[in-house]
Design a protein around this ligand. Structure first.
Ligand code: BTN
Length: 270
């Protein structure tokens, strides 16, 4: 572990400066899951922008009930409480916003060029570097909230055998350690920058322009796994609400709102 990269509430608060997000920061050397702790805070009425960071997660959670490997001191395990003024159905776009913010932050801090696999996996060299888990809930006063959970493989030197082929870290790609602090600050500032348009009007238009540039899915033949057994087609574009437009072999275009897609031939160098 890089000892110059230590984290604490004070270090994070000072590094975030006057950012609106992160005025309230919780840091734990280890925790079950930052998303779970953020949920407890939000249920009790915690304000938008509260940030939870941990050095390690014992029960880090991924999408679709999967585990998120959260080795001590190696990655970023970050959750942010959000309270957008939008109905929950329109709030799903936050994951695209977070993916763009994180991809741009990785680019700025490391010079690496990440790709985004729809909807929000960040890959480098075809291997996963970052995952995003957004969860919705209501607090005791009935007010809705979102927990935006972001996990980045930063300074991992290895992964367990079951994900070794599919996961990588920034350090593995770059050949040197990366400051988690710098990256956390950059991610939070980027989210803060694009959040007002989204929160007020659900407007993702500027985000989608940048999303297209980072996408490794558009133009690809993909398989969409859905509740009716799935289908294949060409990923054409991302719609205004963030859904993926896929042209099936019979010419019909379907908007895919959620689910897992698999590229049939992975041709991108990202
Ligand atoms: C995925 O499956 O791709 C999503 C992974 C999300 C992991 C992050 S780490 C911080 C937050 N806390 C969790 O337990 N999960 C998310």
């Amino acid at each position: 572990m890089d000892t110059t990269d230590s984290l604490s509430e004070e270090i994070l608060r000072n590094a975030l400066g006057s950012a609106r997000f992160g005025k309230t920061v919780y840091y734990f050397p280890a925790i079950g899951s930052t998303n779970d702790f953020a949920r407890e805070l939000a249920s009790g009425g915690a304000a938008e922008g509260a940030v939870v960071v941990s050095g390690e997660q014992i029960r880090g959670r991924g999408r679709q009930g999967r585990r998120w490997i959260s080795a001590p001191g190696a990655g970023i395990y970050l959750s942010i409480i959000l309270r957008p003024g939008l109905p929950p159905a329109n709030a799903t776009g936050i994951t695209l916003l977070a993916a763009v913010a994180t991809a741009r932050a990785i680019d700025t801090v490391t010079g690496l060029r990440p790709g985004i696999k729809w909807p929000n996996d960040i890959l480098i060299g075809g291997k996963k570097i970052c995952g995003i888990l957004t969860e919705a809930g209501s607090d005791r006063a009935g007010e809705k909230y979102l927990i935006l959970g972001i996990g980045v493989n930063v300074n991992n030197d290895e992964f367990p055998p079951e994900i070794r082929k599919s996961a990588s870290s920034l350090k593995m790609r770059l050949g040197r350690a990366v400051s988690r602090k710098k990256l956390i600050v950059e991610i939070i500032h980027r989210i803060e920058e694009s959040y007002p348009d989204f929160s007020a009007r659900g407007d993702l238009s500027k985000i989608i322009v940048v999303y297209r540039r980072f996408s490794v899915t558009l133009g690809q033949q993909v398989r969409v796994e859905g509740y009716r057994g799935g289908f294949q087609g060409r990923a054409l574009d991302v719609a205004a609400d963030g859904s993926l437009l896929v042209k099936k072999e019979n010419g019909e275009v379907t908007a895919v709102r959620s689910g897992e897609i698999t590229p049939l031939i992975f041709s991108s160098k990202k």
